[in-house]
Design a protein around this ligand. Structure first.
Ligand code: DQA
Length: 142
């Protein structure tokens, strides 16, 4: 099963960005982790551009592709991204992933515009959250 693993702004800096919050792993490490999950073929992408992220979700809707999404800061205020994600409902699963636990951080991170239209949410387990999400998608497809 092909899945898209979409990452929002500043996640291209994983590895050097606030390592005390996000750890030392990079998106290449995320790809390697997902390459080890049986039954899925993961394509990891990252953009700092809201419009590009929305277009990638449109593509997933059109192709009925399951999505793992770390919307990064867009999580907290992008209604455009939320509306795009809503189109996936009934079409393909969407798992929202956060490396950190936003609920244990600043108040503005406690609200997600995405969670209400996600199939499920995984947060606070570092990059292992991506593997958990992929395992779940793989298991659900079996
Ligand atoms: C994040 C949490 C967000 O609050 C933050 O803006 C990010 C990363 C996470 O993976 O923990 O950029 O989505």
């Amino acid at each position: 099963m092909r899945i898209l693993v979409l990452n929002g702004p500043n996640l291209g800096r994983l590895g050097s960005r606030e390592p005390e919050v996000y750890g030392a792993a990079t998106l290449a490490d995320v790809q390697a982790l997902l390459d080890g999950v049986a039954g899925i073929e993961a394509e990891v992408r990252q953009t700092d551009d809201e419009a590009e992220l929305v277009r990638w979700i449109h593509g997933a809707v059109d192709a009925a592709t399951p999505v793992i999404l770390n919307p990064a800061a867009f999580t907290h205020y992008s209604y455009a991204l939320r509306d795009a994600c809503a189109m996936l409902r009934g079409v393909a699963p969407l798992i929202e992933v956060h490396i950190s636990n936003p609920h244990a951080r600043e108040a503005f991170r406690h609200v997600s515009a995405i969670s209400a239209v996600a199939t499920g949410v995984i947060a606070g387990f570092g990059i292992d959250g991506y593997r958990m999400a992929a395992e779940s998608l793989s298991r659900a497809a079996r």
